[in-house]
Design a protein around this ligand. Structure first.
Ligand SMILES: *[C@@H]1O[C@H](CO)[C@@H](O)[C@H](O)[C@H]1NC(C)=O
Ligand SMILES: *[C@@H]1O[C@H](CO)[C@@H](O)[C@H](O)[C@H]1NC(C)=O
Ligand SMILES: *[C@@H]1O[C@H](CO)[C@@H](O)[C@H](O)[C@H]1NC(C)=O
Length: 153
């Protein structure tokens, strides 16, 4: 490790172990943005309340978070259709992520989870703020897709 980064780690450790440090300063250093959500294998990728037949999840789908047309992060949904992306708020502004500049896209075609669903178009949703959770020294800002919509068919 380079001397510079060693010094930085030492500085961080010092900050963390100094209990009388201003809360604001501590939380600025130790915030996380946690984007998570469920993608369903339905025409609009959304969960439907009390469906007559249960909607299966969409596993192995590539989910991308884009801002201003640039992909800033991505993840693959797991077997339950869940995805999770952690971002550093020092790198990505929460207010920007929640603005219309940023969106969640499901890039994998819906036909991958159900052959009768469209093989073109992608699901898109804006992000919404769910709440803040404290996790050890971290303040986690939880974000999730609002409502998916099939675009570009
Ligand atoms: C992010 O959110 C998901 C869903 O609520 C949760 O399972 C996961 O533990 C969270 N991760 C962190 C680092 O808080
Ligand atoms: C998918 O991820 C969620 C949230 O982390 C977890 O609760 C669930 O058990 C996972 N499902 C599978 C099949 O791994
Ligand atoms: C596949 O999609 C069609 C059309 O939405 C639906 O009627 C059918 O139940 C779906 N199949 C499964 C296994 O989810």
């Amino acid at each position: 490790m380079a001397m510079g980064s060693l010094k930085y780690v030492a500085f961080l450790l010092m900050v963390v172990s100094t209990s009388h440090i201003a809360d604001a300063q501590l939380s600025r250093l130790l915030n996380l943005i946690n984007i998570s959500g469920l993608v369903s294998c339905s025409l609009n990728g959304n969960i439907i309340a009390n469906p007559t037949t249960p909607i299966p999840p969409f596993p192995n789908a590539l989910v991308e978070v884009s801002c201003g047309g640039n992909v800033i992060s991505s993840a693959i949904t797991n077997g339950s259709g869940m995805f999770n992306i952690i971002l550093n708020p020092l790198q990505f502004l929460l207010s920007n992520l929640l603005s219309s500049n940023c969106n969640v896209h499901v890039v994998t075609p819906l036909s991958n989870c159900n052959a009768t669903l469209p093989s073109t178009g992608i699901l898109q949703s804006p992000l919404q703020f769910i709440g803040t959770t404290a996790r050890g020294l971290f303040n986690v800002f939880n974000l999730a897709p609002e409502t998916f919509q099939l675009i570009g068919i």
